[in-house]
Write a protein that binds this ligand. Structure first.
Ligand SMILES: [Zn+2]
Length: 301
């Protein structure tokens, strides 16, 4: 019953978010700021056609139930993977056949062992392997299946999970997962809807120009909404555009301050981007984002 109530509350929130245009969001900035990040108990939401999204402690993944088994994604951590598996078991007793990694970062891909033990094949882009070998983490299971190039489809029981690779952006092995069954994408870390980059704000392992290029490529994909690796279960496509435009505006502002000779310590405070002030964590993290871009303009990295 509690679970059902949570799902209903999420569904109401989704209806609001999906019906809001960018202008609405700006006018209703306070409402947008209240989008809850789920750092507490686990929540599973059915998105339709056997596609679910699960979140726990701020990280989110998806799973797809088919007649022949389940396609799971990012296990997140050993503790969360156990809860995740239990949530899958509430929905189906079919075996989990695949566990697909979005990218190599430990905050998304630790804890795959229980899926491996249950017979799942672990899938990632080939470019992730170098990191798993360079800095082995005993909680990260090495992939059984890797692919190279821009596209790989995981198919099971008549359903498909498309894996799209756009090269370097956040690390260089991140895949954007498109789910044709619901015409949505699962997009990890490149965009956290309605907010400035989370975590430390230092945008670790992001390549600014490749990030913007990739976002443009993602904006050109066919999808009705995005499911973020952090944040709400659904967000409209304009959340991606908003993130790209914020990055472009901030990079231009940082470059202008650099050209003026503004000292590093004063750069963040000198920048003001009224169009993006409604974004969650803008005040706290924008100056840190600016510092990352300042480094980019000095080093070319
Ligand atoms: Zn990451």
């Amino acid at each position: 019953m509690v679970q059902l109530m949570k799902i209903t509350a999420s569904a109401l929130l989704l209806t609001f978010l999906l019906s809001a245009s960018p202008t609405d969001a700006q006018e209703q900035g306070q409402a947008t700021l209240r989008v809850p990040l789920n750092f507490g108990s686990a929540t599973t939401v059915h998105l339709g056609s056997g596609v679910y999204t699960f979140t726990r402690q701020g990280a989110r993944n998806i799973f797809i139930v088919t007649d022949d088994g389940v396609i799971a994604t990012d296990p997140i951590s050993p503790e969360t993977a156990e809860v995740y598996m239990a949530e899958i078991r509430k929905v189906t007793d079919k075996p989990v056949k695949y566990l697909v990694y979005s990218h190599q970062h430990w905050d998304h891909v630790r804890g795959g062992q229980i899926f491996k033990d249950a017979g799942a094949s672990v899938v990632s882009h080939q470019a992730c392997i170098q990191y798993f070998h360079r800095d082995p983490n005993p909680e990260v299971v090495n992939p059984d299946i890797t692919f190279e190039g821009p596209r790989y489809d995981v198919t099971l029981g008549g359903k498909t999970l498309e894996l799209h690779h756009f090269g370097r952006n956040h690390g260089d092995c991140l895949v954007v997962m498109r789910i044709p069954e619901i015409n949505a994408i699962f997009l990890v870390d490149l965009v956290t809807p309605y907010g400035v980059s989370g975590g430390s704000g230092l945008i670790n392992d992001f390549y600014p120009t490749d990030w913007i290029r990739s976002l443009k490529q993602i904006e050109a994909m066919d999808f009705d909404y995005m499911i973020g690796g952090h944040g709400p279960p659904k967000a409209p496509p304009w959340a991606i555009t908003e993130r790209r435009e914020y990055l472009e505006a901030l990079m231009a502002a940082v470059k202008a301050e650099l050209d003026k000779g503004t000292p590093a310590a004063e750069t963040g405070a000198a920048i003001n981007l009224p169009k993006f002030q409604h974004l969650r964590n803008y005040k706290r993290l924008m100056p840190l984002n600016a510092e990352r871009f300042r480094t980019f303009y000095i080093l070319g990295w």
